[in-house]
Design a protein around this ligand. Sequence first.
Ligand SMILES: *[C@@H]1O[C@H](CO)[C@@H](O)[C@H](O)[C@H]1NC(C)=O
Ligand SMILES: *[C@@H]1O[C@H](CO)[C@@H](O)[C@H](O)[C@H]1NC(C)=O
Ligand SMILES: *[C@@H]1O[C@H](CO)[C@@H](O)[C@H](O)[C@H]1NC(C)=O
Length: 416
Amino acid sequence: MTNYKQLYPIIGIVLLSLFINSAKSDTPLGDCFSSRSTWYEAVEHGNCGYGPLTGETGPGNRFIAAAATVLYNGSAVCGECFEVNGPMGTQVVTIVDQCPDPGWCDTSFPHLDLSPEAFAVIGGSGVGVTMTTAKKVACDYVTGNIKLKMKDADTTASWFEFMIFNHKVGIASVDVETADGKTYSLPRRLYNYWTFNNAAAKFPVIAHVTSIYGERVDVYIKAPTGNQISEGEGQFSAPKDLKLTNTNCTAPLSVDPSGWIYNDGLVKPLNYSHPNLGWTDWSNGVTVNWADASTGGGATGSSKTVVSGSMPVNTGIQIGTDLPLNWKGIFTNLEFYIKGDAAFSGLIVQYSPGTEIPTPVTTTWTKFSYALDTDMGAPESLGKPTVLKFRTGGTAASPGKIYIDKIRLTPVAASA
Ligand SMILES: *[C@@H]1O[C@H](CO)[C@@H](O)[C@H](O)[C@H]1NC(C)=O
Ligand SMILES: *[C@@H]1O[C@H](CO)[C@@H](O)[C@H](O)[C@H]1NC(C)=O
Ligand SMILES: *[C@@H]1O[C@H](CO)[C@@H](O)[C@H](O)[C@H]1NC(C)=O
């Protein structure tokens, strides 16, 4: 006899997962762009004026971001949502704050400083910085009508200011129409309030709130009483007919997709605008010339080589990146050319704590290629920096200069 009862839990699970999937992908409002994220702890009371995140005027969740100056755009971006794609996952965040950090945020790069909860989803919490892609989306979690909150102090009929919250898409402008038929266009402050500063307005007034897509929702304000919340007559819709060409964002590689680490210079693959990112010189005890043109390169077309002075005992050329390196399924080997002014048998190549490969140096260029079969950063050790060392074995100094060229991670396609 068939036991039909068994079907119910299965159907329940299917419906639940359909619901979760549809809730996960918010309506795209922009194309993917390259971004970068760090995280910060003081997430309550951001510059957008929403107060505590789960308070009366907050987004009601802790998935938020502070936008770099270029994105913050004088508070125009407040309350808008972005989907952020990092190496560990994807998370939609609401902009509630401006990121003030001069190093990360005061550049032309669209950096997003995330709450710890959001960063844990997209990047893990170890290194503290990750490259991402992002796109603007509708805040599909928002329910009910848009709302307005009058400032909590000193408001009068001739000076009052308010903040708009609980809106699905960005706000472009606010006009106030008074009971005697006058209309005023209000300026927006850096702290996301709209200010009325004129002859006394006759109340009730109507705030005409226009979205960045030209839709208008009205909010009736009975009196200029401080701290009052007024509910709007509706909610904005997310336009579906935007001509978007690239909304399928994938998390970027933290390194150059063709694998170059050194190619006539250390490679900084993405639009990095911070010295900690990309491959950089982490050498220990030796001074490295990263653009030596005194000897021919190790491969055709190469004009410069990495060269160090002779390496004292326990020193070496080190190249590192603060970002975890995701190599599985993308790169197969570490390859490089090497030679010395004199033969040297004490060189160790090390690209993970457990990998120490003795590598003979001769006076002619020789290519080596080592399999990346052990961890070189992410995904297993997300949170660790990646470092590549060419160092002395600890018993002898190199008898002359060591030259290295064309250091690369071999892409899967190139090795097939
Ligand atoms: C910045 O905000 C202004 C409105 O204040 C808007 O016109 C402009 O399009 C915004 N810039 C971007 C890049 O979104
Ligand atoms: C989105 O990108 C992924 C990974 O590149 C690909 O597998 C998928 O088919 C793409 N989806 C669409 C709708 O283009
Ligand atoms: C870097 O910036 C340039 C110019 O803005 C742009 O064309 C390019 O696509 C960017 N590269 C990445 C990886 O985002």
